[in-house]
Design a protein around this ligand. Structure first.
Ligand code: NCD
Length: 330
């Protein structure tokens, strides 16, 4: 689809629309690097409006007649369901190839470009999850409709990072000044990669907590260091729990390991227990992109600081905000 520059040019030429002012109309959403604070604040404001609208009347017909193709080559519950819910609450409809890519022509050996060139014939936007880094960019190069990256292997997960950041702001009223600890699989966790890059726009302290094998990739750590951020790495949650404002916990990404014995070594490395929570600040929030597979004890769920299911709900508002912006008429 289009590049960011062409949209910005259109705007400079006076081609204004309610969303062209932030340049998202007609755009692919491939990486968080496309978002500056102007765009972030715009999306968060739209998400607030979507929340109010859903609470009041359930939905509207802003995207009536528009079709979303939801193409998932990897498992998903929240990302696919929230995109579908978002589209339907805005009056649009969905082609769901989410639970059954194995029943599509992909299982006959169809390539990603051919599948994309087919789906664009029926739809106005394509949401893609795929196990390879860079796959969303490949799809976008072929598609004439916007492509939204819903996770490209261990690469990025930009819409998750938007909802994560929105949740932090929603829960704590600010982002600047916070101490944010990311825990778990920082190496393969694409949500961590995207959220860390978004946080480069803010004045935050970062704590990265992982086993040695699952440390944050050097390329991303270098970006954090180049930005001059206050950052520290550790293996132990106990080192960060007392001072953290946000504890962002992640699952060890079993599907990314070529050697399952290595996975077995690190899979039960962390568990956020009520005993650990007792050491944390009263106003701290615990987040998780989910699914959890043992990193957060179920007994924490009744703790008011457990924000992970509120985070899930925010995902729908953020995706409503994004879809309405990307599909806005120019
Ligand atoms: C995450 C993902 O798919 O990257 N889940 C999600 O989108 N909510 C995290 C994970 O699978 O661990």
């Amino acid at each position: 689809m289009k590049t960011l520059e062409t949209s910005v040019d259109a705007e400079k030429n006076g081609n204004q629309s309610p969303t062209a002012d932030v340049g998202l109309a007609g755009m692919d959403i491939l990486s968080v690097s496309q978002f500056d604070t102007g765009k972030l604040n715009y999306i968060f404001g739209r998400a607030d409006e979507m929340r109010a609208m859903v609470n009041e009347v359930g939905g509207d017909d802003l995207l009536k007649g528009r079709v979303l193709a939801c193409l998932f080559y990897e498992p998903s519950t929240r990302t696919s369901a929230s995109f579908i819910a978002a589209m339907e609450r805005l009056g649009g409809s969905v082609i769901p190839i989410t639970q059954g890519v194995q029943f599509s022509s992909v299982s006959k050996g169809e390539t990603l470009p051919d599948t994309i060139r087919t789906l664009e014939q029926y739809s106005d936007v394509i949401v893609l999850r795929h196990p390879e880094i860079g796959s969303a960019k490949v799809a976008a190069d072929y598609a004439s409709v916007p492509v939204i990256n819903a996770g490209d292997g261990p690469g990025e997960h930009p819409t998750q990072a938007l909802l994560d950041l929105y949740t932090i702001q929603d829960e704590l009223g600010t982002i600047d000044g916070l101490k944010i600890a990311m825990v778990g699989d920082l190496r393969y966790g694409r949500t961590v990669h995207s959220l860390t890059k978004l946080l480069l726009h803010y004045d935050v302290s970062l704590r990265f907590v992982s086993p040695e094998m699952l440390r944050l990739p050097l390329t991303i750590m270098n970006q954090v260091l180049d930005a001059g951020m206050n950052v520290r790495e550790t293996h132990d949650v106990a080192d960060v729990i007392e001072n953290a404002d946000v504890l962002y916990v992640t699952r060890v990404q079993k599907e990314r390991f070529s050697d399952l014995a290595q996975y077995e070594e690190v899979k039960n490395h962390y568990e956020i227990t009520p005993e650990l929570m007792a050491k944390a600040k009263d106003k701290m929030v615990v987040m998780h992109p989910l699914p959890r597979v043992g990193e957060i004890h179920y007994a924490d769920d009744s703790d008011p600081r457990a924000a992970y299911f509120r985070q899930v709900q925010n995902g729908m508002y953020i995706r409503m905000a994004l879809l309405s912006s990307v599909l806005a008429k120019k």
